[in-house]
Write a protein that binds this ligand. Structure first.
Ligand code: FAS
Ligand code: PHB
Length: 385
């Protein structure tokens, strides 16, 4: 088979890229190792930056987002005895939306613009440093296949095969804690996302709809989710989120999903080798404290799509040659911000660090300069920053 762009991975990066290429008349085939149902069912990000919302809207993917998503003005920061709202709209004139990644994925699939082969295996990339790259794989029926392309887009996450085909440097940092995430059939107890510092550990209260809450709590690495009963989860969340303080109450409810997510940062530079270009988690992973993972994937694709369109339609490599450098600036900005939010809010063993964390929290909730710095990073810098 032959196509113009072979895309490895049908997550948000791969599907959005296929959608944007299709709208410009560029052929693409997406190869996905999992089933469509599995990819659609993964519970992941919840926050979209305004620039992500603008891009999805301009690409014809905004109808349900605007009907069912929630425009948030800001976030709450909480620690024992204190609760502060940072209003990003007042501070910087823009904010974020609450719209689950699963919904973005549904909208991308519903657009019907991506030609996806699900349930493939043994995906291997070949000749990526030439202008005749190709992918070999075994399709869902067990038949060995070859897909020739002008370009390969590696959108296969941090454990896919693409990253290993790009010689360069991988920067990695793991954190001494993980998140236990839960989905609960209970109306959120907060109107906007609440981040809580507590001596027992970090907690986060987010949501997915007026009747579904999404919450996380800091747990040690290697935690077995089965060691956390629903009751233990709700008790820890109530303590850490400040149930009963200043009249605020956390309402528990039936937990429908729970999982442990490790926290790590990694960056792959460069994000290109010959005719292989990486986007999304294939090139970078951030701890979710800054709500950047999905938004970074979208920002990569916002740069990658026009670069590939120019390359395959006009044989103009200018944007493709700039892609890695342009994308990496935002990657490092978001990597720093995610590291900063994570180290400010998660408890370690050192009481000196705890005092530094509380000092940072007091500063960003009392200084307009501090709050503005957090706001412009959380709400996202303009695409192409
Ligand atoms: P994805 O990982 O979404 O997609 C990559 C795709 O490639 C997958 O479908 C995979 O099956 C496929 N693939 C892998 N190997 C392959 C192969 N050999 N052949 C073919 N296909 C292959 N971000 C937040 O902002 N907030 C959160 O709360 C949050 N929670 C997360 C929870 C978890 C468990 C994980 C893993 C990530 C979370 N993230 C979160 C980050 C997440 O949102 C990612 O940033 C986002 O999914 C990135 O999208 P993609 O780059 O498309 O990668
Ligand atoms: C979520 O809603 O899943 C969410 C929100 C904010 C974060 C991380 C996850 O920082």
């Amino acid at each position: 088979m032959r196509t113009q762009v072979a895309i490895i991975g049908a997550g948000p990066a791969g599907m959005l890229l296929a959608h944007l290429l299709h709208r410009s008349g560029v052929d693409a085939v997406v190869l996905e190792t999992r089933s469509q149902e599995y990819v659609a069912s993964r519970i992941r990000a919840g926050i979209l930056e305004q620039s992500s919302v603008d891009l999805l809207t301009s690409a014809g993917l905004g109808d349900r987002l605007h009907a069912e998503g929630f425009a948030h003005r800001g976030i709450y920061l909480r620690w024992p005895g204190e609760r502060h709202h940072l209003d990003f709209v007042d501070l910087i004139g823009r904010s974020v939306w609450l719209y689950g990644q699963t919904e973005v994925q549904k909208d991308l699939v519903a657009a019907g613009t991506a030609s996806v082969e699900y349930d493939v295996s043994d995906v291997a990339l070949h000749e990526v440093a030439t202008d005749r790259p190709y992918v070999t794989y075994v399709d869902a029926s067990g038949t060995a296949r070859r897909l020739d392309a002008s370009v390969i887009a590696g959108c296969d996450g941090s454990f896919g095969p693409s990253r290993a085909e790009v010689p360069g440097k991988t920067w990695e940092r793991t954190y001494p804690y993980s998140w236990l995430g839960v989905l609960a059939d209970v109306p959120p107890s907060t109107d906007e996302v609440m981040y809580a510092w507590h001596p027992e550990g970090f907690a986060l209260h987010s949501m997915r709809s007026p009747t579904v809450s999404r919450l996380y709590l800091q747990v040690p690495n290697g935690t077995d989710v089965r060691s956390w009963s629903d009751q233990r989860i709700w008790e820890a969340l109530a303590t850490r989120l400040g149930h009963g303080q200043d009249g605020w109450k956390l309402t528990p409810g039936p937990i429908t999903e729970k999982s442990v997510l490790p926290m790590r940062s990694f960056v792959q530079t460069p994000m290109r080798h010959g005719r292989l270009l990486l986007a999304g988690d294939a090139a970078h992973i951030v701890p979710p404290t800054g709500a950047k993972g999905l938004n970074l994937a979208i920002a990569d694709v916002a740069l990658l799509a026009p670069a590939l369109i120019a390359l395959v339609k006009e044989n103009d490599p200018t944007l493709a040659d700039r892609y890695s450098g342009d994308a990496a600036r935002r990657v490092w900005r978001c990597t720093h911000f995610s590291w900063w939010m994570t180290t400010m809010l998660h408890l370690g063993d050192d009481p000196f660090d705890a005092e530094l964390q509380l000092s940072q929290l007091r500063w960003v909730t009392s200084s307009e300069a501090g709050a503005t710095g957090l706001a412009e990073n959380y709400a996202g810098l303009p695409i192409g920053f």
